[in-house]
Design a protein around this ligand. Structure first.
Ligand code: AMP
Ligand code: ZN
Length: 466
């Protein structure tokens, strides 16, 4: 079965096929780097990671571009207040975003590109739009006249006719349901950073940045464009208007949007102040894998309510998965193959992939895994799971982890490597053999302090990280 995705443009579930061979050209709106991004933002970035990994698992090659919005009203305001250049101001938050993304195991897109490094291309795009009469100038700034683009509203499925004349908006923050001519090039205000251009010294508006960078790297028609649902209007609607006015071609084939991470019924957002950064959560002792799992575990088109109980449940689920993997690797099993279990492994693998293919229904994909683990754990307890069944079960876990990526524990700072742990366990065994129980207990306690838990089983010592 092929991957089906919900396309915001058609509002249908569509089978995904790239336009060109095996390569998927995908564009993601990256963060505006005026602050640390919060885990609400990371819900959208985690969805993009799950999408990427699923496409890769289906045999596609990614050409994925993500921008960093490093010039914008709030950035300019904050940099001016701090008395630093916008580059100095944004560098720290860009680094924090990329570091946090790595901690959450988000695969780095093939290209991460910066708005401020594409100003000449943006100027050229505005000039071209002006030459084809899609713009006007007011107070020195250049605006896109949305009345000149008949398809305006097609992504957000809003009929704006009668509501689009004249009104213009200069800021990067908008009211929903209110279509306005939007700024392409903002003229410089005193003290603001600016670039020279034929339209006058100024800087680009947010929307033109994405259109220009997407088309520069991925071509005039791209396969997939992603973002959170709050970007559908006006940001993505405006991206379509500019891009299609520039090229006369369809800009994006599949628009895929993630629903929000919520806190007590409200969107997690900086402006409401109800947000947690990744750093906040890690400081409370949760692992990056728990957060990743929580953000990935419900389907991206459903709102997800953030709670600490949810995080704890995520961490318990990860423990179950890791314990199952440990059993598969360490239990002494009878030689042979249980055909029924083998068939069950194949069926679980299919159900896992079918869940992902169904518009990335990660909840269904996970249910297939946990049902299987429950059954196989009982079969193991009953001695009905044989050595020949291990490969099928490990294959399922490997396919699972290629997408979810939570089985390997993150190294805590100052933590031990696997081989160091094995060496200490061997020392402890030696100490026990020579009846030096004090030493054996000391080693166990040392390991506990370093977050490693030992379990003495009939098959020897098993260990896991907390
Ligand atoms: P921004 O830096 O505000 O442009 O946001 C970066 C990305 O995070 C965008 O794709 C937003 O749609 C998305 N986003 C913002 N808040 C949330 C939230 N509470 N849940 C999910 N995604 C969000
Ligand atoms: Zn964008």
């Amino acid at each position: 079965m092929a991957l089906r995705l919900h396309n915001t443009l058609t509002q249908e579930l569509e089978e995904f096929r790239p336009q060109d061979g095996n390569t998927v050209r995908m564009y993601t709106c990256g963060p505006t780097v005026y602050h640390y991004v919060h885990i609400g933002n990371f819900r959208t970035f985690t969805f993009q990671d799950i999408l990427r990994r699923t496409l890769i698992a289906r045999g596609y090659v990614m050409d994925h571009v993500m921008n960093i919005t490093d010039v914008e009203d709030k950035i300019i305001r904050n940099a001016m207040a701090a008395g630093v250049t916008i580059n100095e101001y944004t560098a720290q938050y860009t680094k924090a975003f990329l570091d946090d993304s790595a901690v959450l195991r988000l695969q780095r897109p093939e290209r991460v590109v910066f708005a401020t490094e594409h100003i000449p291309e943006m100027v050229a795009a505005v000039e071209k739009l002006a030459a084809s009469d899609h713009t006007y100038v007011s107070d020195g700034s250049t605006y896109f006249k949305i009345g000149t683009f008949p398809g305006y509203g097609k992504l957000s499925h809003t009929n704006f006719s009668g509501n689009i004349a004249g009104a213009r908006v200069e800021v990067d923050e908008y009211d929903k349901d209110d279509a306005r001519d939007f700024v392409l090039w903002k003229s410089q205000k005193p003290g603001e950073p600016a670039w020279d251009a034929s339209m006058g010294a100024g800087r680009p508006g947010w929307h033109i940045e994405c259109s220009v960078m997407a088309m520069k790297y991925l071509g005039e028609t791209i396969d997939i464009h992603t973002g959170g649902v709050d970007l559908v209007f006006p940001h993505h609607e405006n991206e379509i208007a500019q891009s299609e006015a520039l090229t006369g071609k369809q800009f994006v084939r599949y628009w895929v949007h993630a629903e929000h991470l919520m806190v007590e019924g409200q969107k997690m957002s900086k402006s409401l102040g109800n947000f947690f950064t990744l750093r906040d959560i890690l400081e409370r002792g949760y692992s990056p894998e728990s957060i990743r799992y929580l953000l990935a575990s419900s389907q991206y088109r459903k709102q997800l309510n953030f709670t600490f109980d949810g995080l704890k449940a995520a961490s318990t689920s990860i423990d179950r998965l890791r314990n199952f993997e440990l059993r598969l690797k360490n239990d002494k099993l009878a030689i042979g193959l249980n055909q029924q279990i083998d068939a069950r492994s194949t069926q679980a693998l299919q159900a896992f992939h079918a869940g992902l293919d169904d518009d990335l229904n990660t909840a269904d994909a996970l249910a297939a895994i946990f049902e299987y683990i429950r059954e196989v754990n009982s079969a193991m307890d009953a001695g009905e799971f044989y050595a020949g069944n291990v490969a099928g079960a490990l294959k399922l876990l490997a396919d699972f982890d290629a997408i979810f990526d939570v089985l390997t524990p993150s190294q805590k700072e100052g933590g031990l490597s696997d081989s160091e742990i094995d060496a200490l366990i061997a020392d402890r065994a030696k100490a026990k053999k020579s009846r030096d129980f004090a030493r054996a207990d000391a080693i166990r306690n040392e390991l506990i302090e370093l977050g490693v838990i030992l379990e003495d089983t009939k098959d020897g010592v098993r260990w896991k990280r907390k």
